[in-house]
Design a protein around this ligand. Structure first.
Ligand code: HEC
Length: 160
């Protein structure tokens, strides 16, 4: 390789590394916020609860195509989950278990998993594929939500 080619190569590398660094910084910046991250994430989670309830209602009513918009909103909010859990944000109002930070890669993977499941549900709903939607709905609550709540959230008090 000529010296010039080597030089161009290293310049390209530097540009790549810089781009990756920028992407990382942007990824950890929060997009919305009241200044109280616990309030913000509980608000997002309440919305996720409402979206999932809406999905279940539409599913029961046979409104398969109507599920897509909720599933898309779930997948976008799922992508925001990791940035709403900065280290050291465990207050007495929060229901997060310290394990979330001790096993952070697992927590992040669980948020990503919700995004993937939501996208699958969105696409199956858009395609009006009743069978695919039924297959996803069968496991969604347990696999997409419960797989994070069980290890990482203090269970809410039983109401019944
Ligand atoms: C990656 C982890 C993760 C995933 C995935 C996840 N949750 Fe949560 N959820 C949490 C944590 C942690 C809390 C407690 C947050 C706190 O109190 O600071 C929570 C809290 C909640 C709450 C209570 C909010 C409040 O304070 O009133 C609801 C409702 C909820 N989640 C619904 C859902 C639903 C529905 C799904 C799936 C569609 C889901 N969550 C997926 C981690 C997750």
């Amino acid at each position: 390789m000529t010296r010039r080619a080597t030089f161009l190569r290293s310049m390209a590398m530097i540009a790549l590394v810089a781009a990756a660094a920028t992407a990382c910084t942007t990824g950890t910046q929060r997009m919305v916020g009241t200044g109280d991250v616990v309030v913000d994430r509980q608000r997002v989670m309440k919305l996720q609860g409402a979206l999932f309830a809406d999905i279940q209602d539409k599913y029961k009513a046979g409104n398969i195509a109507g599920i897509a918009v909720d599933a898309e909103a779930l997948s976008i909010t799922a992508l925001q989950i990791p940035s709403l859990f900065p280290e050291g944000s465990l207050t007495e109002k929060s229901k997060v278990k310290p394990e979330a930070w001790q096993r952070w890669p697992e927590f992040e993977a669980s948020a990503k998993n919700l995004a993937i499941w939501s996208e699958r549900l969105r696409d199956a709903s858009k395609d009006k594929d009743d069978k695919a939607v039924a297959d996803i709905m069968k496991d969604f609550g347990r696999v997409a939500c419960g797989s994070c709540h069980t290890p990482f959230r203090v269970p809410p008090p039983r109401t019944s």
